[in-house]
Design a protein around this ligand. Structure first.
Ligand SMILES: [Zn+2]
Length: 116
């Protein structure tokens, strides 16, 4: 991967990290608050089941956040862009689309087939 692509992906990951941190912090605060007045974003009509939905969102966001952090560490270590499963280089197109991915398409598909 050339330096330009890597710099682009790194910037994207840092932006994504900031975005996810803000999002999970906000959602966490909303979940923790039992009070009806949880802020401007959620009105009383969206209470209840929405809390659970928020919680699920937070879980998914945290998984992505971890992956984003891992990807940033890998960039620092100069090992970014290699599949953790087979050791092959992950295509730049895929890294640009899902910058925090750990696996190449082949391994990802295999993992997903395995689950079924
Ligand atoms: Zn692979």
């Amino acid at each position: 991967m050339n330096k330009k692509n890597l710099a682009e992906i790194k910037n994207f990951l840092i932006e994504k990290k900031t975005e996810l941190l803000n999002k999970t912090n906000n959602a966490q605060r909303d979940i923790n608050s039992d009070d009806v007045n949880v802020g401007d974003e959620i009105d009383t009509a969206r209470q209840g089941s929405d809390k659970e939905m928020f919680f699920e969102l937070v879980v998914v966001d945290k998984i992505i956040l971890n992956a984003v952090n891992d990807a940033l560490v890998k960039i620092e270590k100069n090992i970014y862009g290699t599949c953790e499963c087979c050791g092959e280089k992950i295509p730049v197109e895929r890294l640009k689309a899902i910058s925090w991915t750990k696996y190449c398409i082949k391994c990802q598909e295999q993992a997903e087939n395995h689950k079924r």
